[in-house]
Structure formats: C-alpha cells, structure tokens
Design a protein around this ligand. Structure first.
Ligand SMILES: Cc1cc2nc3c(=O)[nH]c(=O)nc-3n(C[C@H](O)[C@H](O)[C@H](O)COP(=O)(O)O)c2cc1C
Length: 250
C-alpha cells in the first residue's frame, strides 16, 4: 500500500499536460462540444425559480463577515427555505451570467477552460411550495426540473451517505454530478484534476451564499457511489455524483 501511494499522487500534478497531444483532443479534431446543460424532455415538469430582480429577502452580508463566519453546519432548525432563497443559492453556485455568441456560458464560479462539467441535483426536504423529492437545476432556464417526488427521500439520502443523518434532516441537500466529457472534450486526460478543483469552487460559493439566507451547510465527500447515482438516476459512467452539501436554517 505505502509503496503504491506516490503513483496515485500523479493525479494531483500537472505533469500529464506535457504528455497530451492537444492536437488530438476531440475539440481539436472538430467534434462538436457537448451541451452546456444536460438536455431534458419538452414535457418534463418544471418550476420557475425567482430571478435576481425579484430577490427581496437575501441579506447583504459583508464579504469579510461571510468569510470570517464560514464553518460547516450539521445541525439545522426545522424551518423551511423559501423558493427565493433556494433560487439565490442555485444562482450563487451554478448560475449562468451570460452566454457568448460561440456558446460559452459564464457562470458565478470559475471553471477550467469555462467547461463547467457539472449538473446540480437537489434532494428537496423542506422548501416552501415544493414536494419532497429529487429535482435538477436548469441554469439556462433558471428553472427546477422535477426528477421524482418521494416522501421517503430523507431515508434514501441518509442511507446513500453512509448514515450521515444531517444529509436528510436539513432543508435541501445539493448533489453535484459530473459529466466528465464536457471537460475531456478539451483537455482529454488533463480533465480529471481540474474537474476536482472546479467542484470545490462551487461548494465554496454555497458556504458563502448560505450566510445571506440565515443558513449553514456542510460539504459531504463521503457517500456510497452506486446508491447516490441511483438516487439521482444517472448512469454512473458518463455522469456520476462527485460531491454533496447539506443546507438548512441555523
Ligand atoms: C472535500 C470535503 C469533504 C468533506 N466531507 C465531509 C463528510 O463526508 N462529512 C462531514 O461531516 N463533513 C465533511 N466535510 C466537512 C469537513 O469535515 C470540515 O470542513 C472540516 O472539519 C473543517 O471544519 P469547518 O468546515 O467547520 O471549518 C468535508 C469537507 C470537504 C472540504
């Protein structure tokens, strides 16, 4: 075990970049880029989120205070999050600010090559006006897509996070999935390290944004891969869970 560790540390280095022939990536070979948002069926049930111009209950907490108070929260009040508050948290983590003429979408977080390889699923537990279940954020439309409603979703997510019960006891648990090809299309084998870096930015914005809605969050990197992929109904190969964060009122 000890002797094999250095070979896995390779993943953290950028040495791979010198070995890749960037003229042979799918992008260089002229293959079309994958969509910036996972496609959905026209007849999917969708809910409009509250847009920035209509946010009236998001507090203007100072950046120094927000950073200074940042800590993980695993105990939440049994209070609901409003749709406005949830809309803000989604915008803060994966919202699209503008799409350029060549189809590049700039979001509220940085991403290597602006590839933004993530989809945001939500385990809704206690949000005003929403039934419990699994939803997906559509950043282009700023809407929520209902994946499936389930009264037992709390038990399911607790099981899929190795019984870390706070994941099923807050208002909403964010479940980020990665579609690796979005990054591989440009970076081939150099994609995977930057995907892991990118998701950290997303969760960090959630930590900060929670300060503006009287809420707290706790990142979750320990989860049962297959159970979580089943929970959000992704194939586990071309799209799979990469990180979670539980959110609730504090
Ligand atoms: C990548 C990552 C994975 C984590 N996974 C878990 C987890 O599975 N369960 C948990 O309770 N906390 C998890 N945490 C939260 C850390 O335990 C926490 O950030 C750390 O103890 C420092 O505490 P603080 O965030 O309050 O400063 C994770 C944090 C990170 C950054």
């Amino acid at each position: 075990m000890e002797n094999s560790l250095p070979q896995f540390r390779y993943f953290l280095k950028d040495s791979i970049r010198q070995k890749i022939n960037f003229r042979m990536t799918d992008q260089s070979e002229g293959k079309p880029p994958p969509p910036i948002e996972k496609p959905f069926r026209d007849d999917s049930l969708r809910i409009d989120l509250v847009t920035k111009e209509h946010w009236h209950h998001i507090s203007n907490v100072g950046i120094i205070t927000a950073i200074e108070n940042t800590k993980s929260h695993r105990h939440f009040k049994p209070a609901a999050l409003s749709l406005e508050e949830l809309s803000f948290l989604l915008w803060a983590t994966q919202g699209i600010k503008n799409v350029t003429s060549n189809g590049t979408a700039y979001r509220t977080v940085p991403s290597a090559g602006c590839r933004h390889a993530f989809e945001t699923y939500l385990c809704i537990l206690n949000v005003e006006g929403l039934k419990r279940g699994i939803y997906r954020y559509l950043p282009i439309e700023h809407q929520l897509l209902i994946e499936r409603e389930s009264e037992n979703i709390s038990d399911e997510i607790i099981e899929a996070t190795f019984h870390q019960s706070f994941t099923g006891r807050g208002a909403v648990t964010f479940i980020w999935a990665v579609i690796p090809y979005r990054m591989e299309w440009r970076y081939h084998l150099a994609a995977h390290k930057v995907i892991a870096i990118d998701i950290g930015h997303v969760c960090q914005n959630l930590y900060l944004a929670c300060a503006a809605v009287g809420s707290g969050t706790c990142a979750v990197g320990a989860y049962h891969q297959e159970l979580m992929d089943n929970l959000i109904a992704v194939d586990g190969e071309n799209e799979f869970t990469i990180y979670l964060a539980a959110v609730g009122k504090i």
